[in-house]
Every structure is written in structure tokens, then in C-alpha cells.
Design a protein around this ligand. Sequence first.
Ligand code: URA
Length: 233
Amino acid sequence: MDNNTRLQYLEAMGIDVWVSKQKAQNEELQSFYEEKVVIDTNSNDKTKSLEDKWSLLQKEVAECVKCTLCNTREQTVFGSGNKNADWMFIGEAPGQNEDVEGKPFLGQVGDLLTEMIRSVGLERDSVYIANILKCKVPNNKKPKVEEIKSCQNYLHQQIQLIQPKIILAVGRIAAQTLLGTNQPLSELRGVTHQFAGIIPLVVIYHPAYLLRSLLEKKKVWQDLQLAIKQVEK
Ligand code: URA
């Protein structure tokens, strides 16, 4: 069957809409990736204390109505941990438990992330944990480009305030968003990247994936070792 005939069949089945939507989403994602991220570590706004900046940001996030996820959330999940951390872990989006409790990475997935943090000799409270999105995506769907775009400035401000020595991108969505690429995670892990050209970033498998694929645990261990080396440089 030639491509045109195949497309006609798909159209007759109503699948053309999905195909063009997917294409449009990919194009939108690509142009989003091409936007340059600027993190100004020398920001000289000395008019506000660091604590004021954190409080203002947290309030802004809590009241955010920039995308439709505000209609389905119980509350925003800002992030948690040490605001002076050397290590910053960034996941995808809060799930159901996190939406109820207001904290990132809870339950079994959170326990495994805590175990991963401990494996590098750190406590969960000594690192900072945040997500690409501050709101739950209903039914655990993949975040949409417009949702990521609406939220990205909040995360960039968090990174700018913390100025971590290393960012751990937890899972594919976090890795692709932070690095501005749609390369698969298997190609992104195992090397040190730079976020916004200045902060070392290592990609690790998401604990939710590891719970299903225990054999990949070894690779996370290797990636965490890579991060340790980077911090100790
Ligand atoms: N919980 C989070 O806070 N983030 C994830 O990516 C997954 C679960």
C-alpha cells in the first residue's frame, strides 16, 4: 500500500487528526527547545533578600493560573529541600500523592529516589528536589508543550536562586526539557551535559521506570558516580 492510500485509510478512520496534531506538537517542541535558556548567576538585584525572593516565588507558583492544569490541581508542588544545596534533582511533574501532600516525590517512587540520594552519601533534606511542572497532570499524562512553557520560568528562578553544583535530570521528560532535545534517555545518560551552558547536568533513569526495570539500577549507580566526580572537581 502506498503512503497516500495509507493516509486515506487513516483519514477515513479519523487518525489523520492525531497525525497532524502530533506533527504540530513536535514542531512546537522543537522551536521551544531552540529557545536559549539564560541563568544569570551574577544577578545583582540586591533590593530583596534571598528569603524574600523565595517567598515571592513560592506565592507566585501557589497562585499560578497560567495553564489549564490549575483547574485540576489540589495544590501546587513547589519543591522541597535545602535551598543552598549542591545537588538539585529535577523530575517531571507531581502525581496524585504529591498533589494531595504538596511535596515532590512521595510514595514508592519517592522512597526509591531517597535511596538513590542516600547511595551517594547524602540525605534527602540536604539536596533540593523540584519538578518541571508544579501541577499534577491528570491521569499521569505526558506534559504538553504549553504546560512546560508556562511553568519553565519558575524552575529557572529556582535554579538561579540555588545555583547548584550539579543538576540531576530525573527521567526522560526532565532530561529532554532541560537539555532542549528530543534525544532518547539512553543516549543522554552516561555523560555530563551543561544546563544553560554553566551548570553541569547528569541524566538518570526515573525511579518509576526503575521500579519496573530493576536491571537498569546499575546504570543509575554509574550515572550517580559521574555526578559525584563532577561535584568533587
Ligand atoms: N513525583 C514527582 O514529584 N515527580 C515525578 O517526576 C514523579 C513523581
